[in-house]
Design a protein around this ligand. Structure first.
Ligand SMILES: Cc1ncc(C[n+]2csc(CCOP(=O)(O)OP(=O)(O)O)c2C)c(N)n1
Ligand SMILES: [Mg+2]
Length: 414
């Protein structure tokens, strides 16, 4: 791991302080209706972003997470102006203003979202890691989820497969104690989430989420494991979010006292105390630094305000519903008791081939006789397909009919 110096503490303070202020600004902009839609804030959880990205190779490694994504995106190196513009729905945003708060995305910085379906990013993270392994790229994928995602079936399928395939991935559960208003205590039959990894023989650990240093140390080991071909690790990071689940949360599931108590363990406060204790900067200089950060955030807001909205000229997505009909059953074993023969006959009157055939005759493109000859040609072509299939060999039994994972060398991995 890179050495931890005074500069490291200063960097962690600067980053985390910037992120906290950035999001608190977002909150006030939301209340002023400059930002709309969903807005999930990361305040309290910043040490995770600092710790993880300190040990990642930011030129090669990937990250994917859930919708609480603004700060992780910034930590990966995405321009805060572009993130702010995305929150404003402006075309200078990371997804041209079309993604919004839950979908910050940057191919350039290998930040693959911002994912709204709880746990949906878990198999996608494994997929990104699979691609890196397949193409022999020395990279790891940090796949981040909330405590609410752990009982999704997708996590369990993905854990199993990524262990079997030894994928270069680090799974991180940000346990902030709540999934919306439901506490982990109420929703989970186990107390320690990290235990789930152990059921898949995956190295797993619990980490204090208020210390970037503790997080960096464990994530560094996990990244090294992944890059040495030893497969995934699961880390549960204990953290806390100071704000509600999103902007419309009445927070009736917790007391003010609980939040105040948790704030005593604030990661920014702890790093600030360390900086003062080590005499890296004086309190006065720290204040000046904070003012600089506020100025930088104001510049982001001005950038977002002055940007245009994306064009509304119909170039956005289109949804087409195509009304059609299948003449045959759902598959070969369908008794079709849900429809009558008459319904099918009625629908066939609108047959596309019949309609085109009539058009060809009407326009005198071909005669009926020539159309019949054409049909015979097509039948001949199909017969040739059948002969080709009949005359081909079956694939070797040892690649198709054994369970692929039971083979020594999984055939689809180089
Ligand atoms: C599959 C699915 N189910 C339900 C929801 C509704 N939902 C949105 S956020 C959320 C809570 C998730 O909490 P957690 O995973 O702990 O993340 P946190 O918000 O605490 O960061 C739920 C249930 C959803 N988006 N997707
Ligand atoms: Mg949670």
């Amino acid at each position: 791991m890179k050495p931890i110096t005074n500069e490291t503490y200063l960097k962690w303070y600067k980053d985390m302080s910037f992120w906290r202020k950035f999001e608190e600004k977002c909150r006030s902009l939301y209340l002023k209706q400059k930002i709309s839609g969903f807005l999930h804030l990361y305040s309290g959880q910043e040490a995770i972003a600092s710790g993880i990205t300190y040990v990642m190779d930011l030129k090669k490694d990937n990250m994917i997470t859930g919708y609480r994504c603004h700060i992780l995106a910034l930590a990966m190196g995405i321009d805060p102006k572009k993130v702010m513009a995305e929150l404003f729905g402006k075309k200078t945003g990371t997804s041209c203003g079309l993604g919004g708060s839950m979908h910050i995305f940057s191919k350039k910085y290998r930040f693959y979202g911002g994912y709204g379906i709880v746990g949906g990013q878990i198999p996608l993270g494994a997929g990104i890691a699979f691609a890196d392994k397949y193409f022999n790229r020395e990279a790891v994928t940090l796949t981040i989820m909330g405590d609410g995602a752990i009982w999704q079936g997708a996590l369990h399928e993905t854990f199993n497969m990524s262990m079997l395939l030894k994928l270069p991935v680090v799974y991180i559960c940000e346990n902030n104690k709540y999934a919306m208003g439901t506490s982990v205590k109420k929703s989970s039959c186990i107390k320690n989430i990290f235990q789930l990894g152990l059921s898949y023989n995956m190295p797993s650990k619990l980490i204090d989420g208020s210390s970037p240093l503790k997080i960096a140390k464990e994530v560094d080991k996990a990244i090294k494991r992944a890059k040495n071909g030893k497969g995934p690790t699961f880390l549960e990071i204990l953290t806390y979010r100071y704000r509600g689940h999103s902007m419309s949360d009445p927070e009736s599931y917790r007391t003010r006292d609980e939040v105040i108590e948790q704030k005593k363990n604030d990661p920014i406060l702890k790093i600030k105390n360390k900086i003062i204790e080590r005499k890296i900067l004086t309190k006065k200089l720290l204040k000046a630094l904070d003012l600089e950060l506020i100025k930088k955030i104001d510049e982001c807001v001005v950038f977002a305000e002055n940007s245009d909205y994306p064009p509304q000229n119909g170039k956005g997505p289109t949804f087409l519903e195509i009304l059609t009909y299948r003449y045959r059953g759902h598959s070969m074993s369908d008794p079709e008791s849900y429809r009558t023969r008459d319904e099918v006959i009625e629908q066939k009157k609108n047959d596309p081939i019949l309609k085109i055939k009539n058009k060809i005759i009407e326009r005198k493109i071909l005669t009926k006789k020539l159309l019949k000859a054409l049909d015979l040609e097509l039948i001949k072509k199909i017969d040739e397909c059948v002969v080709f299939a009949e005359n081909s060999d079956y694939p070797p039994q040892n690649t198709m009919y054994n369970v692929v994972y039971s083979q020594k060398k999984y055939p689809f991995l180089k």
